[in-house]
Design a protein around this ligand. Sequence first.
Ligand code: DC
Length: 225
Amino acid sequence: MTSQIITIDGPSASGKSSVSRELARRLGWKWVSTGAFYRGLAFVAMKEDVKSSDTQGLVQLAANPVWEVRMDDDQTRVLYKKQDVTFEILAEENGTRASQISQNPEVREALLQNQRDCASYVPGLVAEGRDCGTVVFPNALLKVFLTASQEERAARRAKEQGLDVQATHDRQKERDRQDSSRAAAPLAIPKNARVVDSNGLQLSEVVDQIQGWVVEALASPNGNA
Ligand code: DC
């Protein structure tokens, strides 16, 4: 595994994707939204009539070439039967489904290697999700935990998807509770992580701060600032 990995974990709609995309663009590295693996599997399970309680069915579907995750510069895409379903997987109700199946440790295990493989062929990778620094890439060069208030996150997501702010707020609150309280790899601040509260900050300000830490980490003799 390459050591040039930066992880950015945090709750839903904390800005992880926008920050990761911009940071990767500045560094000339790849980026991946690991939520696409959970969202993709949840969406494909719905299409293939595999219930969220059917662990074996989900594990088999995780390895089924009928769907794949593709790391593009602008977006982590999901293809199902060769069709781009990225827009569909990003719907908030599919996020809820993804959060449900992500409670299952066997499902998590089934998706783990594919996430790790994202680091195989590139000079560096920015990986964002819930357990990137704790489980997927525990040896990352730099670990960041990105957060923002519940109100700001709901307002962002509602604006992005043209949804009602209050309904989005309630849904996110439930998803955060589910993601943080599950037994398997819960959302948690990784040890040695730098915490960024993005409330009231511009995207460029958040990325400037993280980029500064990357520069420090790359210059440090043991590779970790
Ligand atoms: O980051 P996101 O909203 O696209 O993630 C969707 C769901 O997938 C999230 O609610 C929980 C799950 N997930 C996870 O369990 N571990 C990750 N590393 C990424 C996402």
